[in-house]
Design a protein around this ligand. Structure first.
Ligand code: ADP
Ligand code: MG
Length: 355
C-alpha cells in the first residue's frame, strides 16, 4: 500500500496518558512501596507495617500510625498533582519532606486497585475509600462512592491490589515473586536502618513470622544487626563529615578492615531519600582498596544532607537520580574523612584487642 496522505493527529485519551505516566513512575512493586513508605514517614509515623503477597503484585499493604488524612481531602487524594507538601515552584528548593509532586497515589490508582483507610486525631472514626483512575469509586457497583465510616486506629492503611492488572505487558515481565519480594525487603531494610525512631516490620501475607522487624527505640547499629547481620554490626565505625562552604553534613557507619565481602553494600540517603550514586560507590570502593584484600568490599551506611537549594531534585519523576552542586568536592571530602577514620582504627587495632 502506498501512503499518500499523512495520518491525522489526535489527542490521546487522558486515561491512557495517565496510565503511561503511572508506568513511568512505578516500574515494579518496590517503586510503589517506596513511595508509600516515604508518605508514612512524612506523616510522622513511628510504626510502619508492610504486608506483601506474590512479591507485591497481588497485594502491597502498608499500615502506619501517622497523622492520617482529613476526610475532606479524600475525594482529591488520588488526583494527579494534589499534595499537602508543596505550593509553589520555589518550595521545591526548601522542601524537607520526601514527596513533592503529588503523583504517587494518583499513579498507583491508575494501575492497581487502591483502598485507603485513615483516621486523624480529631476524628471519632476512621474512613475507608476506594479509588480507580484518580477518582473515588464505590466498594461495590451501585453503592455510593463516598468514604465510609469504619473502626480504626489513628493513622493510615494503604492497600494496593493487583498491581498492573490493566498493563498486561508489564505484568508478564515479572519472572518471579520472590525476586520482587527481595527488592521489597531491600528497600524496607534501607529505610528501617535510616529512619531513627520508627519501628518497621515486613512480612508475607498469611505468614505469622516477619522477615524484617525493628523496634522504634533501636540504635542504628542494632538496626543494622537485625537487618543485615552481627558480622557487619560488630565491625562498624561511626563517621561524620561536613563543610559549610559546600553546604553539606554527612554521617554514617562503615565497616573496618576486619570485614569484607564480595560486593559493596551501600545504603545511601540524600536528604532522607534512598538513592544510588555510582560516583559515591566508586569513590568509597577506591578508599577500601588500600585497606581490604583484593576483591574485598565494605558495608556502608551514609546519610548525606545537602542544603536543599543546592540539590536539583526535579530531574525525573522517579526521583531516583539526585544532582547536587560541588558533587566532586563533597565526595572527596567525605571519603577523606572516612579514610582518616579507617586508618586510625587500623593502627589502633595493633595495640588493642577489640571488645
Ligand atoms: P506527595 O507525597 O508528593 O504529596 P502522594 O501522591 O504521595 O504525593 O500523596 C498525596 C498526599 O496524600 C500527600 O501530600 C499527603 O497529604 C497525603 N498522604 C499520602 N499518604 C499518607 C499517609 N500515609 N499519611 C498521611 N497522609 C498521607
Ligand atoms: Mg508521596
Amino acid at each position: 500500500e502506498i501512503i499518500t496522505a499523512p495520518r491525522r493527529i489526535k489527542a490521546l485519551d487522558p486515561d491512557v496518558v495517565n496510565k503511561i505516566a503511572a508506568g513511568e513512575i512505578i516500574v515494579a512493586p518496590v517503586h510503589a512501596l517506596k513511595e508509600l513508605i516515604e508518605n508514612s514517614v512524612d506523616a510522622g509515623s513511628t510504626s510502619l507495617e508492610v504486608v506483601v503477597k506474590e512479591g507485591g503484585l497481588k497485594l502491597l499493604q502498608i499500615t502506619d500510625n501517622g497523622h492520617g488524612i482529613d476526610k475532606e481531602d479524600l475525594p482529591i487524594l488520588c488526583e494527579r498533582f494534589t499534595t499537602s507538601k508543596l505550593k509553589a515552584f520555589e518550595d521545591l528548593t526548601s522542601i524537607g519532606t520526601y514527596g513533592f509532586r503529588g503523583e504517587a497515589l494518583a499513579s498507583i490508582s491508575h494501575i492497581a486497585h487502591l483502598t485507603v483507610t485513615t483516621k486523624t486525631k480529631d476524628s471519632n472514626v476512621a474512613f475507608k475509600a476506594h479509588y480507580d483512575s484518580g477518582r473515588l469509586i464505590p466498594a461495590k457497583p451501585g453503592q455510593s462512592a463516598d468514604p465510609k465510616p469504619t473502626a480504626g486506629r489513628q493513622g493510615t492503611q494503604i492497600t494496593v491490589e493487583d498491581l498492573f492488572y490493566n498493563v498486561p505487558t508489564r505484568r508478564r515481565a515479572f519472572r518471579s515473586a520472590s525476586e520482587e519480594y527481595n527488592k521489597i525487603l531491600d528497600v524496607v531494610g534501607r529505610y528501617a536502618v535510616h529512619c531513627d525512631g520508627v519501628a518497621f516490620s515486613c512480612k508475607k501475607s498469611g505468614e505469622s513470622s516477619t522477615t524484617i522487624a525493628t523496634q522504634s527505640k533501636s540504635s542504628t547499629v542494632d538496626r543494622i544487626r537485625q537487618i543485615y547481620s552481627s558480622a557487619v554490626a560488630n565491625e562498624l565505625i561511626e563517621f561524620t563529615s561536613s563543610d559549610e562552604k559546600y553546604g553539606y553534613r554527612a554521617r554514617g557507619w562503615t565497616t573496618n578492615a576486619n570485614y569484607h565481602v564480595k560486593k559493596t553494600t551501600l545504603l545511601l540517603f540524600i536528604n532522607h531519600r534512598s538513592v544510588d550514586s555510582t560516583n559515591i560507590r566508586k569513590a568509597i570502593e577506591q578508599i577500601y582498596s588500600t585497606f581490604l584484600p583484593k576483591g574485598g568490599h565494605p558495608f556502608i551506611y551514609l546519610s548525606l544532607e545537602i542544603e536543599p537549594s543546592r540539590v536539583d531534585v526535579n530531574v525525573h519523576p522517579t526521583k531516583r537520580e539526585v544532582n547536587f552542586l560541588n558533587e566532586d568536592e563533597i565526595i572527596e571530602k567525605i571519603c577523606g574523612d572516612i579514610r582518616t577514620k579507617l586508618a586510625h582504627v587500623d593502627t589502633s587495632r595493633t595495640f588493642m584487642t577489640q571488645t
